[in-house]
Design a binder for this molecule. Sequence first.
Ligand SMILES: NC(=O)c1ccc[n+]([C@@H]2O[C@H](COP(=O)([O-])OP(=O)(O)OC[C@H]3O[C@@H](n4cnc5c(N)ncnc54)[C@H](O)[C@@H]3O)[C@@H](O)[C@H]2O)c1
Length: 431
Amino acid sequence: MARVAVFGVGYVGCVTAGCLGRDGHTVVGVDVDPAKVAEVNAGVPPVAEPGLDDIVRAQVAAGRLRATADPAEAVAETDLALVTVGTPSADDGSVSTETVEKVVRAVGAAVRAAGQAYRVVVRSTLLPGILEERLRPALEEAAGRAVGPGLGLCNNPEFLRESSAVKDYYHPPYVLVGADNPEDADAVLDLYREVHAEKLVTNPRTAAMVKYACNAYHALKVAFANEVGSLAKALGADGHRVMDLVCQDTKLNVSAAYLRPGFAFGGSCLPKDLRALARFAEQKGVKAPLLAAALASNESHLRRALKLVRDAGERRVGLVGLSFKAGTDDLRESPMVDLAEALVGSGYEVTIYDPGVMLGRLRGRNLAYIDRHLPHLAGLLAPQPSMVLERARLLLLCTDVADEFDWRGRFRGRVIDLRKDLARPDPAPLG
Ligand SMILES: NC(=O)c1ccc[n+]([C@@H]2O[C@H](COP(=O)([O-])OP(=O)(O)OC[C@H]3O[C@@H](n4cnc5c(N)ncnc54)[C@H](O)[C@@H]3O)[C@@H](O)[C@H]2O)c1
């Protein structure tokens, strides 16, 4: 069983400290607030959470949980610190890291004084990069040695919700550790032996971002449901019933569908229907900024793709996939059409391959569409992949047409996969 210091016995810290004690670990809570320290030592949690009173009382009585205001005392008695202090918003909205840094420095100084091996695990919510760029130097400076064997630093984002925090502690969606060193990860996962959830390890930046992505997604869900509910009401429909039925679709709605970063959305329905809803909201004076923002967000994504292309510095571009998705010849509001037009307009030499949009095979409405709207693009369509490979110096893989496009070993230029590279930390060339 581990010996753990928990820095900050607020909502996250007190629940974590109590539950770790309950699971057999020896825990020392550390807080700058003497009233909270006294409360814990009296067996009373300083925060109100269902079930926490009994846990804290029992663990203090059993000698597995106590609290102190002295970081050095806590560090000397433990092997690992969980940092659960607050990370509030600064005036400009950025995350304030002052308290976490202070704690990390205090731990570092105590570790230096005691000359002991130690691990610092950040459970507070911090933006990706802060651990590496601010906390690591602070810890190393205070400890007088580098992070590595004998001095661990990693993160372990917390997913509990207030009012069901104890339940959530034991039943999280998963236990997530961000660690570059597998031994640090194992030490953290070992704390949660009694937590029956999937245990996942990734790097600290990804782990930190997962926490923000989850909270942003939850906030978006609430805002989305409220906007749809308000619009439904304005349109004379029952917003509750609407969202019941929306949630009942677990294939496309409440599922992983559409939740992978890729290129912009398009097609004959999504942009058109979003515009109609946003326009209706405007006319009726129903504020629905989220729905309207989805279109603006999509346009920004297109501009990000254009920047990626511009930054690649090649003027001869091969575009693989033109219709809004593979397997259709529907070009209406395809973001690839916008991309191609923007590139052509900027003087790029563009060659396009999409077997679904071969001129000879285009029928009726779509032929008329390309004739009317995109006659200049029609001339850029290559009937054979080899023509694209010969002409282009930069290949843009836009849709799953690229899965059948045999470029590996045949193309010597740069490749950008727009289905993936807009979310990659470093868009390395695939070719
Ligand atoms: N509250 C939640 O539901 C929740 C859920 C998941 C993650 N988080 C994240 O966890 C972190 C903590 O949130 P919280 O709601 O538990 O905060 P909180 O404000 O309830 O608790 C923070 C505690 O830290 C103490 N503290 C401040 N400075 C200290 C120092 N130098 N040394 C020791 N203790 C110190 C405070 O006195 C307080 O008791 C935040 O980053 C938050 O975003 C919170």
